[in-house]
Design a protein around this ligand. Structure first.
Ligand SMILES: Cc1ncc(COP(=O)(O)O)c(C=O)c1O
Ligand SMILES: N[C@H](C=O)CCC(=O)O
Length: 423
């Protein structure tokens, strides 16, 4: 029994499945989950004291690497004066100012404690603003686990093979309409009745593996929203500051009505935010009739971590570094797999996915063609070689400015060995 096995056995007695989020359970790749004690730079240290090269990076926040000193110092300093006020503090304004100054189209922003809350609140706001109940989401996009959004969702929902979740009454999903990613026709056919309040999507999807929206698709969504009186919501919880220096909105040159954020803007502490057009945001309580609240919203520790994470990201031009690193990894992998038809690789900024299929998928159905058993074997092979991948073919990998070309050489030689042994 390893120490991780020991912790896992104990955790299973008190925590369902031994984990606080299903993807951590290694359910799709076999074997028992590892438990960790330390995260530093591009590495995690298990409770056994073994170092693992990390491509999970806390599912996105750690774009500077784990525990960057300036963020650690900012959190320590804040902890000396307050963990939580339950009242307003200047740090909320500071992060709002930094974000609204940085992000084109973000006129106002409200902080919450998770990406789930951000998307759930954005949908409520869109309904309140337009007076319409229906909204569109895409198969394979994941927007957290609020009831109405747990329909044909990616990430753990697909990993564990559920189209929707038990415990969600039919009525709660009756207003959720699903369309096919990268397929404008599937969207317009739903919009024609004029009943849709909003379209929400990951403009660069990372919860069915990395599947970028095609430019025409994203531009087309903007046009359709304008034509049919629906709001366009970009869920950039995962992709902001990862696929572009700022947002995917800038990458495509499209302005959504609302954005959702999380991950990087909290520097690893629990945070989410939604914002966008002022006339829409002013419908929120206490100004307007759309209610939304949170005991720990705008939490000072999370604000301090987020401000420092973003400041360093912008000041040190971290985007240029992570983008170059991503391209370097892409070059190495493409060279290795050239001419193969059993595997393909895609990268955008600091996100990437290796799919066990011939060609890159454009939507959730095409991701379904992957060889999932082989992905599981690759995951285990990497683990043996001290590399931690997200434990599902449906998840994107993340790198940070703390990763190095030497780390990538290790990943690529591990992949090379795997492809030789696993014919
Ligand atoms: C695109 C996207 N939206 C929303 C969420 C939900 O965020 P959280 O897990 O912080 O609730 C996630 C991740 O889980 C995500 O990747
Ligand atoms: N894909 C999810 C978020 O990005 C994975 C995180 C989780 O559900 O625990």
């Amino acid at each position: 029994m390893s120490l991780s096995n020991d912790f896992y056995s104990k955790a299973k007695e008190l925590i369902p499945g031994g984990v606080d989020s299903p993807v951590r359970a290694f359910g799709a790749v076999g074997g028992d989950p590892l438990f960790f004690q330390k995260a530093q730079g591009a590495y995690l240290t298990s409770v056994e004291g073994e170092d693992y090269l990390d491509f999970v990076m806390s599912w996105g926040p750690a774009v500077l690497g784990h525990a960057p000193q300036e963020v650690v110092d900012a959190v320590k300093k804040q902890a000396e004066s307050a963990f939580s006020f339950g009242m307003s503090c200047p740090l909320e304004y500071d992060l709002a100012k930094l974000m609204t100054d940085t992000i084109d189209g973000l006129e106002m922003v409200r902080f919450v404690s998770s990406g789930t809350e951000a998307t759930m609140s954005a949908i409520r706001l869109a309904r309140g603003f337009t007076g319409k109940d229906q909204f569109i989401k895409f198969e394979g996009c994941y927007h957290g686990h609020s009831d109405g959004l747990l329909v044909k969702a990616g990430s753990g929902v697909s990993t564990f093979g559920t189209a929707s979740s038990a415990g969600v009454p039919e009525g709660y999903t009756a207003t959720t309409r699903t369309a096919i990613y990268n397929d404008l026709e599937s969207v317009e056919s739903i919009l024609r009745d004029g009943e849709t309040s909003a379209i929400i999507l990951e403009p660069v999807a990372g919860n069915m593996g990395l599947v970028p929206g095609e430019k025409d698709f994203i531009l087309g969504l903007r046009k359709l929203c304008d034509q049919y009186g629906a709001l366009l919501i970009f869920d950039e919880v995962m992709c902001a500051f990862r696929v572009h220096e700022k947002t995917a909105a800038e990458l495509y040159g499209v302005k959504p009505d609302l954005f959702c954020f999380g991950k990087v803007i909290g520097g690893g502490l629990p945070v989410g935010a939604f914002g966008g057009r002022k006339d829409v945001m002013e419908k929120l309580a206490p100004l307007g009739p759309v209610y939304q609240a949170g005991t720990l919203s705008g939490n000072p520790l999370a604000m301090a971590a987020g401000i420092k994470n973003l400041e360093v990201f912008l000041r040190d031009k971290v985007w240029e570094k992570t983008n170059d690193l991503g391209k370097s990894l892409n070059d190495k992998v493409q060279k290795l797999i050239a001419g193969r038809s059993d595997v393909c690789f895609t990268q955008l900024g600091s996100m990437f996915t290796l799919f066990f299929k011939e060609t890159l998928p454009k939507n959730m159905d095409e991701v379904g063609d992957c060889d999932f058993d082989r992905f599981g074997r690759f995951f285990q092979f990497c683990l043996k070689n001290k590399i931690l991948l997200p434990p599902s073919q449906y998840e994107a990998n993340f790198l940070s400015c703390a990763h190095t070309d030497k780390d990538f050489d290790h990943y690529v030689s591990t992949l090379e060995q795997f492809l030789k042994e696993d014919q």
